[in-house]
Design a protein around this ligand. Structure first.
Ligand SMILES: Cc1cc2nc3c(=O)[nH]c(=O)nc-3n(C[C@H](O)[C@H](O)[C@H](O)COP(=O)(O)OP(=O)(O)OC[C@H]3O[C@@H](n4cnc5c(N)ncnc54)[C@H](O)[C@@H]3O)c2cc1C
Length: 469
């Protein structure tokens, strides 16, 4: 089989030596790793389709892989060395940009940041934006229904995809690559693949929505007294900034301290420390005077005591400095070692209560652990992470992280939230996901899986148990 695949893909297209495969064997965090049977790197959709057809006939399990920044083990091969990793990295062409239609067609292996630049060249904007954008690929973004910092204005990947091209688990190519805004002809098949985490097929290209490039961007770092104040500010900003708000990130003081400790070159954002910070961005194209609007809004907030202090970035560099305080936090936590990462969501109005109760639960049950909670709260999305104390052995760490996850997820259930708003289920969250499914959910999910992948060869053990049967 390896020989047949090499014949099809060429020397560059199939890696089998352990040192060549090492890069494809683990995820961004390094917490999760596995052993691939081999790594296929097809250079065309035709080759990919033939490869998948051959593997399906032979019953070889396959795992599509993008930029390996997903943090739930979806793209990491299993440890037994039975799964063929299929990397999309060589399918990286931007096929077209259509400025009049405000759309582009890009292959799955295009790195997200490359798409931003391609859109900008046409004075357009592709708004999907996340900390991993220098590595993650649009195919991975579609497969995980990625969100990021601009969801509150532009929506998730699901809202930004107009059409898809997909290689199905039996090797057929489904061509749904249309750039229509409106199409009401029956089931919307593309939506099945978005967020399916590689379990229903391999995305090879996407038609994406573009927007006018915002020529004006106002970025502010604000200090507030409490999370409740931050949520009231959010509602006010949405109304008073003419719905031009594009990002609203919450950073309690502890987050700023962790980032500054890991990156001493970064500066305190405000003169005096505040209990809670909000990193807020508004953006506009055209004739609006955004600077005046922001000044008026923040002036009013200061006057009525809604914020304690604030700084509006006077340059792109200063704005980038504010954003680094948020984005480097992920890596700063990573430096402290293994920890619980969550990406839960809660109805926005319940966020202050959720955060208060989660802190109380941690203090009562795991007082030695350090909770670090922050997130894209404009979407109700909180990363309620938990860092174990230093010096624990592996077993004690496992037990603590497991208990912390149970406590956080129990509260998520109580507030009617979701255990994953961003990273998806993969292998890491599969058990808690399956436990929460009702009988009807199970029937529908397994029905879809077996209709598209009856042999269970595509990403087995991700999302659903085993082969999905
Ligand atoms: C620092 C950092 C910040 C992040 N911030 C955010 C954030 O703000 N919002 C957010 O949503 N996520 C965030 N993430 C998570 C991650 O970046 C996203 O899930 C991203 O969409 C994954 O893309 P990828 O190309 O790295 O996919 P991978 O990790 O390679 O794969 C993820 C899943 O998609 C499947 N897959 C990959 N490519 C394809 C394809 N072409 N066809 C079918 N299936 C495929 C894989 O099998 C796997 O199940 C962050 C991660 C990091 C490390």
């Amino acid at each position: 089989m390896i020989n047949r695949l090499r014949e099809l893909l060429g020397e560059q297209g199939l890696l089998t030596a352990p040192e060549q495969m090492a890069r494809y064997s683990r995820d961004w965090s390094g917490d999760l790793s596995g052993r691939p049977l081999a790594v296929a790197r097809p250079g065309s959709v035709g080759h990919l389709a033939r490869l998948v057809g051959l593997c399906a006939e032979a019953g070889i399990p396959m795992v599509p892989q993008g930029g390996h920044t997903g943090l739930v083990g979806g793209a990491v091969p299993s440890p037994e060395g039975r799964e063929l990793v299929i990397s999309l990295e060589r399918l990286d062409r931007i096929r077209s940009v259509d400025p009049l239609n405000f759309s582009m067609v890009a292959e799955a292996g295009c790195v997200l940041e490359t798409l931003h630049r391609a859109a900008e060249e046409h004075d357009l904007h592709f708004p999907l934006s996340l900390g991993a954008q220098g590595s993650c690929q649009i195919g991975g973004n579609v497969a995980t229904n990625a969100g990021g910092v601009n969801v509150l204005r532009y929506g998730m990947a699901r809202d930004l995809v107009l059409g898809l091209e997909v290689v199905l688990p039996d090797g057929r190519i489904w061509n749904g690559l249309r750039s229509l805004r409106k199409n009401n002809t029956g089931y919307d098949l593309k939506q099945l693949f978005i967020g399916s985490e590689g379990t229903l097929g391999i995305v090879t290209a996407a038609a994406l929505k573009l927007f006018p490039r915002p020529g004006q961007v106002q970025t502010a770092m604000l200090g507030l007294a409490s999370v409740s104040d931050a949520m009231r500010l959010y509602a006010a900003a949405r109304r008073e900034l003419s719905d031009l708000l594009s990002a609203f990130e919450l950073l309690p003081r502890r987050c700023i301290e962790i980032t500054l400790e890991a990156h001493p070159a970064l500066r305190e954002p405000l003169e005096a420390p505040a209990p809670v910070y909000v990193l807020m961005e508004a953006s506009a194209s055209g004739l609006v005077d955004l600077a005046a609007l922001m000044e008026q809004f923040l002036g009013g907030c200061l006057e009525r005591g809604a914020i304690l202090d604030g700084a509006v970035a006077m340059s792109r560099a200063q704005a980038a400095g504010f954003w680094r305080l948020r984005e480097d936090l992920v890596e700063a936590q990573h430096r402290r070692g293994r920890h619980l990462r969550t990406d839960v969501s809660i109805p926005i109005s319940c966020l202050p209560d959720f955060m208060r109760e989660a802190d109380a639960a941690m203090a009562a049950h795991l007082p030695e652990a350090l909770p670090v909670a922050y997130g894209h709260v404009g979407d109700g999305n909180v990363h309620y992470n938990v860092l174990p104390p230093p010096g624990l052995d592996d077993d004690a760490q496992d037990a603590l992280l497991h208990r912390a996850e149970e406590l956080v997820f129990a509260l998520v259930d109580r507030f009617g939230g979701s255990i994953s708003a961003e990273h998806g289920i993969g292998r890491v969250k599969r058990e808690p996901f399956l436990r929460r499914l009702g009988a009807v959910d199970r029937d529908l999910l397994h029905g879809i899986k077996s209709a598209l992948d009856p042999r269970g060869c595509m990403s087995p053990g991700r999302l659903l148990a085993g082969d999905g049967s």
